[in-house]
Design a protein around this ligand. Sequence first.
Ligand code: PGA
Length: 236
Amino acid sequence: MKYVILNHKMNLTYEEIIDYVDKLKELKLTNINLITCPSSIYLSMFKDLNVACQNVSSFEKGSYTGELAAYQLKSLGIKYSLVGHSERRQYFNEDNLIVNKKIINLLKNDIKPILCIGETLEAKKLKKTGAVLIKQLRQALKDVSVDDLKKVIIAYEPVWSIGTGVIPSPNEIDEVVDYIKDTIYRTYNLEIPVLYGGSINDENISLLEKCKNIEGYLIGGASLDINKITNIINQI
Ligand code: PGA
């Protein structure tokens, strides 16, 4: 069973989402856990489907205009939320400390965090990928118990691959994902799912399927087009 997570980011109108949901319901899924992350105003339109939030507040509740609390997501029956996406880190100054607070809030409300981590091109060139990932993992997962960690999914998304059309080779992905899994295993004696994300489309998915150690994919741009999703799913 592989995860396929569709991240709409800030895209699609109400009419487009109505059409999208209808088509999504027609997809034949075998061995795929398909989870959509629409803009939060559309979350309730995915009632009979697997849905995730793109973001959650680091605060628990109260006077924080514009924020969405984990307990509110829980009340809607939402089971997953992205956290620490590189666009949140880049445009909204989210650091690992904030990401950690979000993870703690999600876990308190029984929502599975999909923790996004990844290195910038600069860090990659300086051969600092491992150091960046370790820091992101250590700080984002601070004070998370081993039992709670079982609910966490990691999405390895190299920042230089998101929205650029450039993807790492399957060998490169395997190497980094092994490193992430080893780090978690050595620290917590636990294996948790790791996904790959960054410029996935229906033309490169067959190459990415050569990766040996990933439990699925996080798809941005291509997730807006149901035909592309169908083509991707048919190749997994
Ligand atoms: P992309 O986005 O597929 O458009 O590169 C992936 C993501 O941001 O999760």
